[in-house]
Design a protein around this ligand. Structure first.
Ligand SMILES: [Zn+2]
Length: 258
């Protein structure tokens, strides 16, 4: 299994930069988790293959590319784009995005082959299949209903926290999983913005350290994701200062093979 965090910003030379404004992970070039930069940063091969998008929550930085992705593919789709989310998340994107005011209600539209958007609702703690992947959704602790996932193919398993603050259930589930090949966990703000992190339900390096003490798979590679770009350098410095074995910053754009 391979995964990649798609880029979402450009440096002064027009090349992808390490700053992560939007969140969109692609697994095996065919399944997306979140859709922040889905329309903008997918390769043409990924555009051809991705028809399944699994959402952690409905915040804009995680869904921004979804309307544009469907729009871009509208005439070519032979099967619908299937959007997986909890009923709370589906309700928000139907009400606030695909409402004809902000963007077309694609679930009502067909091209000459197919409907272009279908929803698949899932419940927390109930596994579901997406292509060759098994997803286990676990409620995490964010400002809005949000899930993290344990994701497995027949061979490997990894976990992704989504946006979150302190968690218990997530760790309870991970700690009884068979060996994980990777854990991706957020750390949005630097330590000096503890108050803002608390109010918005995100982690800081200090609080990430406390969270990782709850994780019993001590050899698992851990990658930090969802760092607010404005504070990127500071968060990276503070994460490195934690000196936690196997903890590093996930590289935007790099393909990770598990
Ligand atoms: Zn969020």
């Amino acid at each position: 299994m391979k995964f990649q965090l798609l880029p979402s910003t450009f440096d002064e030379n027009g090349c992808a930069s390490a700053r992560q404004h939007l969140s969109c992970f692609v697994i095996d070039d065919c399944v997306a988790i979140d859709a922040g930069s889905l329309a903008m940063a997918t390769s043409s091969a990924q555009k051809k293959q991705i028809r399944d998008v699994v959402l952690t929550h409905a915040h804009l930085d995680h869904i921004a590319g979804l309307p544009l992705f469907i729009d871009d593919l509208f005439a070519k789709l032979k099967v619908p784009v299937r959007v997986f989310g909890t009923k709370e998340v589906i309700k928000v994107i139907e009400r606030d995005i695909f409402n004809w005011d902000v963007y077309p209600s694609f679930s009502e539209l067909k091209n000459e082959h197919t409907t272009v958007l279908e929803y698949r609702t899932f419940e927390t703690n109930r596994e579901f299949l997406v292509k060759h992947l098994r997803f286990k959704p676990i409620a995490v602790n964010h400002k809005v209903p949000t899930v993290g996932f344990v994701i497995s193919d027949n061979n490997k398993t990894f976990a992704l926290s989504g946006d979150t603050s302190e968690m218990d259930e997530f760790w309870e589930v991970l700690n009884v999983e068979k060996k994980l090949s990777a854990l991706l966990i957020e750390c949005a703000f630097p330590d000096e913005l503890e108050e803002l992190a608390l109010v918005s339900h995100h982690l800081t390096p200090n609080r990430l350290k406390k969270e990782l003490e709850k994780f019993t798979q001590k050899d698992c590679p851990i990658y930090v994701i969802n760092i607010k770009p404005m504070y990127f350098d500071e968060v990276v410095r503070q994460v490195k200062a934690l000196k936690i074995k196997n903890l590093e910053i996930l590289k935007v754009g790099r393909v990770y093979n598990l």
